[in-house]
Design a binder for this molecule. Structure first.
Ligand SMILES: Nc1ncnc2c1ncn2[C@@H]1O[C@H](COP(=O)(O)OS(=O)(=O)O)[C@@H](OP(=O)(O)O)[C@H]1O
Length: 471
């Protein structure tokens, strides 16, 4: 009960009260399962990287929970999981359509083939990975508590650009704004908490992680609530988080860490610290889109998978993204872009805290893994990807959808920009074609394929009736 004593010391009282008041909603959402997954309110053991290529004594992990956050490179991760699970014959916990009732909180009942009575030993699914708003208590009804939990985050500025173009007509706030720059110069003119689709317009990562919102941004009257909340009147112990907005050392110091444009220098509130500590206790790994390949190497290591298991192509890229990057060569555009970046991070302050936190933990892990070892693995991964792209893809890269005539490979076109996809080389051997198709198939089509494999259509036997009916 040491954590209880610490909590109620006078110095901690104000913090604790603030935390209790502001996150009551969150505790209801998150409380019970926290104890279930981690008895005694212990934070997770810190991750230990493998010792090196010569020591391979681990077994590949095949019970996975991937929280597919929005506009953060998550479809590229999904592609890896779809392919691995498909090849290994694993069972996916699938939604009836393509998402688990999003933006409502995840409910186990939304999983096809879920049986409420199944014990941990009998949980039939290996991988849960489609879009959801995370809800640990319900996730643990479907997946065993020792599953590998992971997710991905992206710089909120890049995420905002992507989300604005993708959800321009889905979010009321975005719909009213003529441009992202106009939106961010005065977001409150367009944004109303709880407005339709407005969770896409602010702190989308925080929302997807299922975390509660502080009072000033709360959308309580419109947010879907957990219909059956469990109570746990405790905050995570051992949340000893340092200041978040500090630059972090990098691999070969060649990567710019998000130190500038921080919305606050005073560090995160205890509310945010609590949320981050909670996520640390649940998630085994949080990947970072800006260091996607580094993240993949760590993922392969943590799962005891090979590099070939995690090598894949980029999915769901919008054509406008690359145009924006090209025009950023112009100087005045650069300064506008910098202002936009700073404003996007400030507006999405919870996501910024989340991002810097997980960016920092990623680099701490990289140091544990060994920086030069990681660089070698990343180079190897990229070489394999390049070789696959040459072998599989027309033009060796992602293409405008107008070239993609095969509906099985054409990504869903949604939002105001074109979503790129792939065309396969002609003349591939059957084996290569199958492998290349797996790599190039967009998420929706792959989900349908897995669905059909797991739930084969029941063949209705012809009725045993004579061909000609008696008169
Ligand atoms: N490997 C890798 N590294 C970095 N960034 C990547 C990667 N793969 C995808 N992306 C970019 O992520 C954006 C799509 O994100 P999601 O797949 O999560 O979107 S979705 O919510 O599922 O629609 C989309 O961003 P935008 O192009 O800016 O829209 C992708 O380009």
């Amino acid at each position: 009960m040491a954590w209880t004593m610490r909590l109620w010391r006078p110095r901690s009282l104000g913090v604790a009260l603030g935390v209790f008041l502001t996150i009551g909603f969150g505790l209801q959402l998150l409380g019970g399962p926290f104890q279930r997954r981690f008895p005694g309110l212990q934070l997770r053991q810190s991750w230990t990287p493998s010792l090196g290529p010569s020591v391979k004594s681990c077994l590949p992990r095949q019970r996975l929970v991937f929280l597919k956050t929005h506009k953060s490179g998550s479809s590229s991760v999904l592609s890896v999981l779809h392919r691995y699970g498909d090849k290994q014959g694993l069972r996916f916990a699938l939604p009836a359509h393509y998402q688990f009732g999003y933006p409502k909180l995840f409910q186990a009942s939304k999983v096809k083939g879920y049986h409420p009575q199944s014990s941990d030993a009998k949980k039939p699914f290996h991988i849960l990975c489609h879009h959801m708003r995370f809800n640990l208590k319900e996730v643990l009804r479907v997946m065993p508590p020792d599953s590998f939990f992971f997710s991905i985050v992206r710089d909120p500025a890049a995420l905002a650009r992507s989300a604005f173009s993708y959800y321009k007509s889905t979010s009321l706030a975005f719909r009213k704004a003529p441009s992202l720059a106009a939106f961010l110069s005065n977001p409150r003119a367009f944004y109303r908490p709880g407005g339709r689709g407005n969770h896409y317009a602010r702190n989308l990562l925080w929302f997807d992680f299922g975390l509660p919102f502080p009072p000033e941004t709360r959308v309580s009257s419109h947010l879907p609530r957990d219909p059956n909340p469990l109570q746990l009147h405790a905050v995570p112990s051992g949340a000893g988080l340092g200041p978040l907005f500090q630059p972090t050392a990098t691999v070969a110091n060649s990567h710019q860490q998000p130190a500038s444009s921080a919305p606050s220098d005073s560090g995160p509130s205890s509310f945010i610290q609590w949320g981050l500590a909670w996520l640390d206790s649940v998630f085994d790994l949080v990947m970072v889109a800006e260091y996607f390949d580094e993240s993949l190497v760590l993922l392969a290591d943590a799962l005891c998978w090979g590099l070939d298991d995690v090598v894949g192509f980029m999915h769901n890229a919008q054509a406008s993204g690359s145009e924006q990057r090209l025009s950023a060569a112009n100087k005045s555009v650069v300064s506008e872009e910098q202002q936009l970046t700073a404003r996007a991070r400030a507006w999405n302050n919870l996501d910024w805290a989340l991002y810097t936190h997980f960016n920092r933990s990623l680099w701490a892990r990289i140091r544990q893994y060994g920086q030069s070892r990681l660089q070698r693995a990343v180079a190897e991964l990229r070489a394999r990807r390049e070789a696959l792209a040459k072998r599989c893809l027309m033009g060796g890269e992602a293409l405008d959808p107008k070239y993609i005539t095969d509906v099985r490979l054409r990504p869903l076109q949604f939002g105001s920009a074109k979503v790129l996809g792939y065309v396969l080389q002609s003349g591939l051997s059957q084996k290569d074609r199958e492998e290349c198709e797996r790599l190039a198939t967009p998420e929706l089509q792959y989900k349908d394929k897995l669905d059909a494999k797991q739930f084969p259509p029941t063949v209705s036997l012809p009725l045993k009736t004579p061909r000609t009916l008696p008169p």
